[in-house]
Design a protein around this ligand. Sequence first.
Ligand code: ADP
Ligand code: MG
Length: 243
Amino acid sequence: MVQNIIEIKGVEKRFGKFTAITDINLDIAKGEVVVVIGPSGSGKSTLARCINLLESYDEGDILVAGVRVENGANLSAVRADVGMVFQGFNLFPNMSILRNVALAPVRVRGLSWREAEQRAMKLLERVNIAAQAQKYPSQLSGGQQQRVAIARALAMEPEVLLFDEPTSALDPEMVGEVLDVMKSLAQDGVTMIVVTHEMGFARQVADRVVFMENGRIVEEGSPDEIFSNPKDPRLKTFLESIL
Ligand code: ADP
Ligand code: MG
């Protein structure tokens, strides 16, 4: 039996009278990599933010590791289960790289600094940035900062990692190093939802690609189905627009 880490059933999110996403149904199995694509404004970020409860949702259910993501209720449990990496890196500027990664396990999990920093060091090795551990965020390139942000998300040992356009704010020459880290996490079996415009990454790494348009999931399938044999005309138009 496949264990679904995330189950999304009939989810809708409105901002006032505006419906940002609607009728979203999506199950994500342990170890699966799902890439979400779609035009700007199609609701990709809103969906990601609902999974992490950065937004409340108005209809439906979201279950993470079998537990319903309650609007307002079990916020810290959800945040511990769902790691999030944003377009901007959001590191704490006044803390070393090592402390940035060690902080949440100390604050939320009650680890000692010594233990948390030992673990943080291992994670920094995993994202190839251990040599910078004592530096501050402003001393690092964007690509390096984003790799630290990934290590920081991993530090809470989440069930799933959520990426919202993690390379969109990077200079082109730094995109590859971040995607390489994400690829290696995928190979290690980390469950990931990745909102991205990097179609090469989607083709290579995704188990499944989900295309959103106008707040709905319009089509989903294997990378081959989505990129080589798109069915919905809106998906065809989108793919033509980005190639
Ligand atoms: P995407 O990430 O695919 O570009 P978003 O999820 O950011 O799309 O936005 C989906 C729609 O919801 C857009 O029309 C956007 O303007 C709207 N929206 C997003 N956040 C808010 C908000 N806080 N208040 C009002 N409208 C919003
Ligand atoms: Mg977005």
